[in-house]
Design a binder for this molecule. Sequence first.
Ligand SMILES: NC(=O)c1ccc[n+]([C@@H]2O[C@H](COP(=O)([O-])OP(=O)(O)OC[C@H]3O[C@@H](n4cnc5c(N)ncnc54)[C@H](O)[C@@H]3O)[C@@H](O)[C@H]2O)c1
Length: 428
Amino acid sequence: MKVAVIGTGYVGLTTAVSLAMNGHQVIGIDLVEAKIVKLRQGISPIYEPGLEEALKQVLTNGALAFSTKLQDAGDADVFFVCVGTPEAEDGTADLRYVYSAVAAIKEIHQASPKSRVIVIKSTVPVGTGDKVAELLSGCQELSVASNPEFLREGNALFDALTPSRIVIGASEPKTREVMEELYKGVSAPRVVTTRANAELIKYASNAFLATRISFMNELSRLSAALGTDMVTIAHGMGLDSRIGPEFLRAGVGYGGSCFPKDTIALLQLAAQNGISLSILEQVRKVNATQPVWFLEQLQKFVPDCRGKRIAVLGLAFKPDTDDIREAPSLSILKALEEKGAAVFAYDPIAADTVRQKFPNVSYTNTADEAMQGAHAALLITEWKECVQLDWAKIYQSMAQPVLLDGRNAWPAELVKQAGFQYCGVGRS
Ligand SMILES: NC(=O)c1ccc[n+]([C@@H]2O[C@H](COP(=O)([O-])OP(=O)(O)OC[C@H]3O[C@@H](n4cnc5c(N)ncnc54)[C@H](O)[C@@H]3O)[C@@H](O)[C@H]2O)c1
């Protein structure tokens, strides 16, 4: 099929590449010319394992092209809307990019009508797809489907090619057929339902995952007080098939471009409908206070950070991505700077982006370098470059051998045996 993907960020670029790999003729559209220039040269503007290689392949075989002009996608049968839906000032999802993309598609369609489907992949509040359909009610042969995305940054291409499920929100049989055709050959359970159900599946999934994380994070505070071990507790819980092992790792809190904004947007949507989602409110509160709680643990080892060298390892909101949106590292860097610490930070990919926000932090080329002479080292993102370390060498190089493991990813027993003072999240 001929497909246009509007917005070539984390979701749009991955969608465009995976659709091209699956045999469709795809054009990616973005307003940002610099992105399109890079993409045409086979350079990915984002860091995502395997994506650039795959991009080069589909560019070379002619299955994918890029443009800044939507007119270049005039003959497309399907328009994917993959633009951002950031948090507005009042916490609701800001839909201006979605509506502007839809308006542009409408113009294209009116100029040369034919059977087309608009697929909303951006995460949008329940009712948005129906509103878009209403706006297009005068446009014959132009229908709207909701098709939320569940990819995980850091695994984006893999997830797009082998999704856990494909959720299709569309009422007309013809639109459903087009969606089936798009995903022909992709083996994954289908949930074919209304647009509103599809939209809520997305928000509910993210809210539930955030809930699991905050539950474990809050429990980790009790575990620390009791002297029990959250890693063992999570393992024991996760073996229960009703619970499962994923998203049980206590840490410094969730971040990223989705959970923070999607949880608040869901709360706002609920409030607009006179419903209070009190559990979700608590989830957000726990998440906001988890980095604070973590830094209180640091205080036990370094009571006064003024002038002390503190190493911060990992800045991206999770490993294998360059995305720093709402990353816990940002609030931790800010607090450390306020305490007067001399911060030395390392991240294999995201350092340059963080540097723009925190120019006074010293950025190192390796984790070892950040830890040299440090009075404490904090693990914030569990990149393998920050986890697989020569502990004997690091022990010698630190001013004070204090390790605060914000992801419970360092080998606790091994580092304790090596002489470090080790503090994990909710670990004895
Ligand atoms: N990032 C994720 O892991 C993820 C996962 C699932 C769902 N989502 C959802 O997918 C959507 C996109 O997220 P993202 O992280 O890819 O965003 P992003 O900010 O990385 O990318 C959005 C892109 O859209 C472009 N854009 C905006 N308006 C445009 C227009 N009118 N025409 C052409 N291009 C336009 C921007 O320039 C940008 O490149 C959001 O709704 C998000 O919540 C994101």
